[in-house]
Design a protein around this ligand. Structure first.
Ligand code: HAM
Length: 434
């Protein structure tokens, strides 16, 4: 027998027993984002590789090690061949789309998107090669008010989902110029202690020295702790922006911890950066992260435009919902329709369509694939429906239908088929009350 083909490591199916939680999450997040006046944007999953090199940064882990690139193809109209990549994140594509469509020319935008992202990381719990982000990006709003709004949206979402134990870590990286000056200081400091650096940090010293601050290596803890502090080297406007942001968060009663070591793994950030972190998921505890990226629009060819956003990892949030025992509303059918015999099948399929016409939102599952009464009744029980509607040859002859509550203690009753459209919604409502 041929060997079964398995899904690719780190790329998972979301099976039917898991989709209700996903749908609940998606609905909650969509309602929340609409409620803050954000509009949805949908971008392609594949973009030119150069977009991510220019936006995320050529020497970041994401671009250097984790990007899935596709064979380049000649454009059919004879244009130049270009490399393509599965998107590792959404900000770059969103900025590209915004510039291309003229959405961020002389106007504010508040946008959101949701969809799969791809990174060739080593898979583990909470870290996948295909994962889902819900991302939010805002354009042409320079002040800390929008940073605060984005953070408040996160806090509200956790509350609405019933999630606890998610903490906010906050930092400011200053302007790109201030960061550059700080970077030089760091290089000087770490070069003077070169013998204490691990291999990874030696490499980062040449490519992205700020990332050394992010090291998880306990042997380097003291060295990193004594490194120059970014906050002492912030430009005055960034320091003011950061102070105002804290003031707004205090005003809204949103707690945070200032973490001067929070530097983020993507190059486009300036000023505010933040992460929502939980310790309930092991090492992959960042459920949502983002910040300000005031230089990116210009860097990708648009007019200079301030921008700020975040993205959350949906798989991690769903894991957290499970870990915290959050119940999601069940999608059980209202009715399971049993049809035993040919005449019952013919009448029943027509009745099912009449009910769907008459009762908006009705969730009715018809028995398909035949089976005797007992088999069909088992399927009805398994479906978790509130009621079984029962149609056999006798019922068809008498123009009646049986209605049996499948939960609780109610008895089966028989109704004239002609009254079903009127009676079923009443019986369903009464059952809801119990
Ligand atoms: P990021 O920190 O790379 O930022 O990813 C955001 C979130 O996506 C993470 O906090 C995590 O929850 C989730 N995530 C990342 N990688 C994985 C993975 N391999 N498996 C599962 N979940 C993952 C960004 O992508 C930025 N574009 C965020 C942003 C938007 N900044 C400004 N605007």
């Amino acid at each position: 027998m041929a060997k079964n083909i398995q899904s690719i490591r780190g790329m998972h199916d979301i099976l039917p027993d898991a989709t209700p939680a996903w749908q609940y999450f998606e609905k909650t997040v969509r309602t929340l984002l609409n409620g803050y006046g954000y509009s949805e944007i949908r971008m392609p999953i594949v973009e030119q590789t150069d977009l991510f090199k220019r936006a995320v940064g050529e020497v970041t882990d994401i671009v250097e090690k984790e990007m899935y690139t596709l064979e380049s193809r000649q454009d059919t109209e004879g244009g130049e061949a270009f490399g393509m990549a599965l998107r590792p994140e959404g900000t770059a594509g969103c900025v590209r789309a915004g510039i291309q469509a003229g959405l961020i020319f002389n106007q504010q935008q508040r946008l959101w998107y949701a969809g799969p992202m791809f990174r060739a990381e080593r898979p583990q719990k909470g870290r996948y090669r295909q994962f889902t982000q819900v991302g939010v990006e805002t354009f042409a709003i320079a002040g800390p008010d929008i940073d605060a709004e984005l953070i408040a949206m996160g806090a509200r979402l956790w509350k609405q989902l019933g999630l606890t134990n998610i903490h906010l870590e906050l930092n400011s990286l200053g302007t790109l110029e201030a960061r550059q000056a700080y970077r030089e200081l760091l290089v000087e400091y770490f070069s003077a202690h070169h013998e204490l650096l691990d291999e990874d940090s030696k490499r980062r010293l040449l490519t992205n020295p700020l990332r050394i601050l992010d090291t998880k290596n306990p042997a380097m803890r003291d060295l990193v702790a004594a490194a120059p502090n970014l906050h002492e080297h912030l430009d005055s406007e960034s320091a003011e922006h950061f102070a105002q942001l804290q003031n707004l968060l205090d005003g809204m009663g949103i707690p945070y911890r200032i973490n001067p070591r929070l530097v983020r793994g993507l190059d486009y950030y300036s000023r505010t950066v933040f992460e929502w972190v939980t310790d309930a998921l092991g090492s992959q505890g960042t459920v949502c992260a983002g910040g300000r990226y005031d230089g990116l629009v210009e860097q990708l060819g648009g007019r200079p435009t301030p921008a700020c956003g975040f993205a959350m990892g949906v798989e991690r949030l769903i894991l957290l919902m499970e870990a915290q025992g959050i119940q999601t509303p069940s999608a059980a059918p209202d009715v399971f329709l049993i049809m035993a015999g040919d005449a019952a099948l013919r009448a029943g399929m027509a009745i099912a369509e009449q009910l769907r016409d008459a009762i908006p939102g009705l969730n009715l599952v018809s028995n398909c694939g035949g089976g005797n009464f007992k088999t069909q009744m088992k399927r009805a029980d398994k479906s978790n429906a509130h009621f079984a509607l029962i149609l056999g040859e006798n019922e068809v002859q008498r123009a009646e239908i049986g209605l049996k509550p499948l939960r609780g203690s109610g008895e089966q009753i028989n109704l004239p088929i002609s009254q079903l459209v009127e009676q079923l919604p009443l019986l369903m409502a009464a059952a809801q009350q119990q």
